[in-house]
Design a protein around this ligand. Structure first.
Ligand code: PMP
Ligand code: GLU
Length: 395
């Protein structure tokens, strides 16, 4: 049978694929140290869950408003004002079934088939596939290692063509954990505004930030707000990965377009998830702060450990819960057949039972990505194994 040509250029998600392989190995009795998928090891705070349970008891299970519950959007508006210094009204917020859903809504609302979406490298694994699936053309932009792989104004200017429609900017970054300064963002906004390019500002990790003064793109100016679609969600900050809840904040016209699209594709996200998200916003400030402080201490442990492993360096992480590890020394050492990072990760998993994600999934083959959204023992044991593996390669 002939399936859609869309599938011809689509690569299945590496992050989801590795995590499924780990589950399979676990079910076969093999213990795996899992540093692959970016999924918090915390559970959803009880106080938030209570809102979901109550909503079910009160039979809040019928169709509701497409862009999301009014009370939830009102709380999101307050959060964006208080924490991100962004002024939105509730008709500029669209709540979706996860940030993935929010991103595809945005792509469908803004880009025409054949238009370019600019994606700085390294990038989160799903962006290029989402762009292709929605008919756009991913155009990758090389960034510099010495600049922590942050996009510069010059790199952006060189990449823009008459066919460019949108830039995807992830801040804090997945996979590097790097965070843009206000002035770096201002330069990027100026270029995009002048050239008429939308910015999809994926800020899903903004709560998990270890530097003061995180800047949301849309907070910079009225111009910035006009061209920016901010992506956020509850998966990372409140450990709600499986509940699937994300949202966008954008100008009213774009919000209306995304809402119309969502009305046909999913209607609205599960009401139970929305009530839990509402509970998280009104009740769980302390739980979120606690989780972030734990991530920070894990990051510090990881940095100290990696600093003592030969042939390894990394991009210093200021946010999210990832480290992007540079293994170019290791990749040069051995005659890898196809892709260094894929072969390295396969051997690491099969022989040492440690799961990490190959850098090629993010566009750079000399790297691997570690997620430290796991407990400290797992982290220590996994880095010991990393040292052992690299020793074996060199000796
Ligand atoms: N953006 C980034 C940068 C991510 O790492 C992820 C992974 N969860 C998403 C979006 C998608 O989030 P969600 O699970 O809410 O769909
Ligand atoms: N975004 C997370 C990651 O990068 C979760 C998996 C996914 O959705 O890709 O690992």
């Amino acid at each position: 049978m002939n399936l859609s040509k869309r599938l011809d250029t689509m690569t299945p998600s590496f992050t989801i694929g590795i995590s499924s392989k780990v589950k399979e190995m676990n079910s076969n009795g093999i213990d795996v140290l899992n540093l692959s998928i970016g999924e918090p090891d915390f559970t959803v705070p009880e106080k938030a869950k209570a809102y979901g349970k109550k909503s079910l008891d009160e039979n809040c299970t019928k169709y509701d408003l497409v862009p999301g519950l009014k009370i939830l959007r009102e709380e999101i508006v307050k959060k964006l004002k208080k924490e991100n210094n962004c002024d939105y009204s509730i008709d500029e917020i669209v709540v979706s079934s996860g940030a993935k859903n929010s991103i595809t809504n945005a792509l469908l609302a803004v880009t025409n088939p054949g238009e370019e979406v600019l994606i700085p490298k390294p990038y989160w694994v799903s962006y290029p596939e989402m762009v292709k699936l929605t008919g756009g053309i991913p155009k990758f932009i090389d960034t510099k290692r010495e600049n922590g792989f942050k996009l510069s104004k010059e790199e952006l200017l060189n990449a823009i063509s008459d066919n460019s429609k949108m830039l995807i900017l992830t801040n804090p970054s997945n996979p590097t954990g790097n965070v843009y300064t206000k002035s770096e963002l201002e330069e990027i906004v100026d270029v995009c505004y002048e050239k008429g390019i939308f910015i999809l500002a994926d800020e899903i990790y903004e709560r998990i930030c270890y530097v003061d003064g995180f800047t949301s793109v849309a907070s910079l100016s009225e111009k910035a707000k006009e061209i920016t679609i901010t992506i956020n969600g509850f998966a990372k900050s409140v450990a709600m990965t499986g509940l699937r809840l994300g949202y966008t904040a954008s100008n009213r016209e774009v919000a209306k377009a995304m809402s119309s699209i969502q009305g046909h594709l999913v209607s609205h996200p599960s009401l139970t998830a929305q009530y839990i998200g509402y509970g998280a916003l009104v009740e769980c400030e302390d739980d979120i702060k606690h989780m972030v402080s734990v991530y920070r201490s894990r990051r510090d442990i990881l940095i100290e450990r990696l600093d003592n492993i030969e042939h390894v360096s990394y991009i210093h992480p200021f946010g999210a819960f990832y480290m992007f590890i540079d293994l170019s020394d290791v990749s040069k050492k051995y005659n890898w057949e196809k892709s260094f990072s894929i072969e390295f990760c396969e051997e690491f998993l099969n022989k040492y039972h440690v799961a990490v994600v190959p850098g090629i999934a993010f566009g750079l083959d000399d790297y691997i990505r570690i997620s430290y959204a796991c407990d400290e023992d797992t982290l220590i044991n996994a880095t010991n194994k990393l040292e052992e593996f690299i020793d074996d390669i060199f000796n």
